[in-house]
Design a protein around this ligand. Structure first.
Ligand code: UD1
Ligand code: UDP
Length: 383
């Protein structure tokens, strides 16, 4: 009997974390891998486009939960996934990242109890707690800022998970400090880099930046979607003023997240951005095109978690509009700087004036993380 593994995907950043693992697992004769999409992100350009780019099949199970308040969304995923767990009885549930669906599926899996008769079937992996093994990919990251919904999700997920796959030594240390048992922590590296390397040929073959009329190294990429930046009209207005200011010197391309678009519209800020010929506003862009923009830009201004990592890997200067980051290695070793409205413009100007940045790629950010995760799963389930 094969070990049944659920890979949980929910929102845009999850797809790049799940894809390399899915591709690595489908070739394993001992594993039966099922993709579960919770439906947290549902627009074609926030979900389907990534399945297509990353070669993922239609999800085996789709929960279709959609948007809602934190409690509504988390609860909807829990209710829907609990039913799936009862019927499907996976041996392992793999959750990734820090979105609401990550903690929701973790909670549902942590409290389910399987029929002991079913578990006694010959060849079935041993499940000591009569429930699936819960594994968290990208465990241990901490911003130490509990006003971030993601920080709450990270803390709660890691307390419940049985296997904690970490991307960097700081994550191991955070987990140890919180009392995680040493044998749960496995440093596997950064899975986002696997997707980047898996798709490198397609990314490099694209000329999306040129199609938009941009020149190599002659523009900056902007992504903003954190509630702390985009939910308050005053913050958003100040950020828009910053973009207009930057655009006096350098062209900007800004694929707008749906949360941000809604808030820009409500605050009456969208038309002025559209009217600025040095700012190229786009709908969310599929992965290959987005990375083509990042590969060829001179800097990135962002509040995204994943983008901080991708720019560190690529050696692209990254200016993060946040007071903290759960990815401190991108600052200590990489190209990332935490910025404020007051200092970001001068920092960008300074970066544009120098050639090349001194930065290193963190250990195990090497495109081989999925292989290490598969080895860890095999050790755990097939021992
Ligand atoms: C979510 C994650 C965040 C992650 C981000 C990645 C949580 C708490 N937040 O934030 O950690 O960085 O995804 O992009 O899980 N919407 C659409 N279409 C969609 C999806 C969303 O229009 O396909 C709109 C809806 O109005 C929705 C809003 O965007 O209410 C926010 O979506 P939600 O998934 O709740 O949070 P994100 O801001 O996307
Ligand atoms: N991304 C993309 N198109 C876009 C914006 C982002 O393909 O228009 C990719 C990019 O690779 C990034 C990932 O989506 O690393 C993460 O997305 P997001 O910023 O939404 O989530 P976070 O990492 O902040 O949770």
């Amino acid at each position: 009997m094969k070990a049944k593994i659920h890979l949980i995907a929910a929102a845009r950043p999850n797809f790049m974390k799940i894809a390399p693992l899915y591709h690595a697992l489908v070739g394993e004769s001992w594993a039966q891998t099922e993709l579960v999409h919770t439906g947290q992100h549902y627009d074609a350009n926030m979900s389907d486009a990534f399945f297509q780019d990353l070669g993922l099949p239609t999800p085996h199970i789709h929960l279709g939960v959609g948007s809602g308040s934190h409690a509504e969304q988390t609860a909807a995923v829990m209710v829907a996934y609990e039913k799936v767990l009862r019927e499907s009885q996976p041996d392992m549930v793999v959750v990734v990242g820090d979105v609401n669906s990550t903690i929701a599926c973790t909670l549902a899996a942590a409290k389910i109890t399987y029929d002991p008769k079913r578990l006694a079937e010959p060849g079935r992996p041993r499940l000591p707690m009569n429930r699936p093994i819960i594994a968290h990919l990208e465990a241990g990251l901490r911003s130490f800022d509990r006003t971030m919904p993601e920080e709450v999700n990270r803390l709660a997920t890691d307390v419940l998970a049985d296997l904690l796959w970490t991307p960097s030594p700081d994550a191991d240390e955070n987990l140890r400090r919180e009392g995680a048992a040493e044998d749960k922590i496995v440093r596997v590296g950064n899975i986002m880099i696997d997707s980047l390397e898996m798709m490198r040929a397609q990314i490099e073959a694209e000329a999306y930046f040129a199609e938009l009329g941009l020149s190599k190294g002659g523009y900056g990429v902007v992504t903003l979607h954190r509630p702390s930046n985009v939910d308050q009209p005053d913050n958003l207005r100040a950020l828009c003023a910053l973009l207009h200011d930057i655009a006096r010197k350098t062209a900007i391309v800004f694929p707008v997240h749906p949360r941000t678009r809604k808030n820009l519209e409500q605050a009456g800020l969208l038309s002025e951005l559209r009217a600025n010929s040095a700012i190229c506003l786009l709908e969310p862009v599929n992965y290959v095109r987005f990375m083509n923009l990042v590969f060829n830009c001179s800097f990135v201004l962002t509040d995204s978690g994943g983008v901080q990592e991708e720019t560190t890997y690529l050696g692209v200067p990254c200016f993060t509009m946040r007071a903290n980051t759960e990815r401190p290695i991108t600052v200590s070793q990489g190209t990332n700087q935490l910025c404020t409205l007051q200092n970001v413009k001068s920092r960008i100007d300074a970066a544009l004036d120098i050639d090349g940045l001194k930065a290193r790629v963190p250990d195990l950010w090497d495109g081989k993380t999925a292989g290490r995760v598969v080895a860890s799963i095999k050790k755990y389930l097939c021992a």
